[in-house]
Ligand binder design. Structure first.
Ligand code: MN
Length: 176
């Protein structure tokens, strides 16, 4: 009896349509089954739904950025083993480390090198993993959690402001 090999599922979380098109064009002909999400929240949800073999993660994303989406996915037990590769044009000093401390297993720079890219993906599927250098780890972890808390604070402030507006409006309506 022959067993039909299941296609390898790759989830690409990316808000730029041209990038999604390019990656699809590079990977689909090689037999990978491609899934796409265009923001961080739907990326997490789709990952839970399809349990892909590998996730390519843009970093600058609406709703939940790629770092937060990665941290969230890695915190879900049955998804924790899925390699997540940051695909980003953030190429400033430290951006590689920032992605790795957020939970990414690798880092590919945009614009993609179309000749190298399929081989890079294959390497990660075969088990290539990157690690943040021990000396950097503490510093970047601290920076990351501070950034998350700051975001949370801003978010709560925004909600609070909206709430007050709504209360003010309904007060005015009652008094009218
Ligand atoms: Mn983006």
């Amino acid at each position: 009896m022959t067993t039909v090999k299941k296609p390898i599922k790759i989830l690409y979380v990316e808000d730029n349509e041209m990038n999604r098109l390019l990656v699809r064009r590079l990977l689909e002909p090689r037999g990978y089954q491609l899934f796409e999400a265009n923001d961080g929240i739907s990326g997490v949800k789709l990952a839970e739904e399809i349990e892909p073999d590998l996730i390519l993660m843009d970093i600058n994303l609406p709703l939940l950025d790629g770092h937060a989406a990665t941290t969230r996915i890695k915190s879900i037990d049955r998804l924790a083993g899925i390699p997540i590769i940051a695909l980003t044009s953030n190429v400033m000093e430290g951006d590689r480390q920032r992605s790795l401390v957020a939970g990414c297993d690798g880092y590919i720079k945009k614009p993609l090198d179309v000749d190298e890219f399929p081989g890079q993906v294959e390497g990660y599927l075969r088990g290539n993993r990157e690690k943040v250098e021990e000396d950097d780890e503490q510093v970047f972890y601290k920076e990351y959690s501070a950034k998350l808390v700051l975001k949370l604070q801003k978010h709560i402030e925004e909600l609070e402001e909206k709430n007050q507006k709504i209360e003010q409006q309904s007060k005015e309506m009652r008094e009218a």
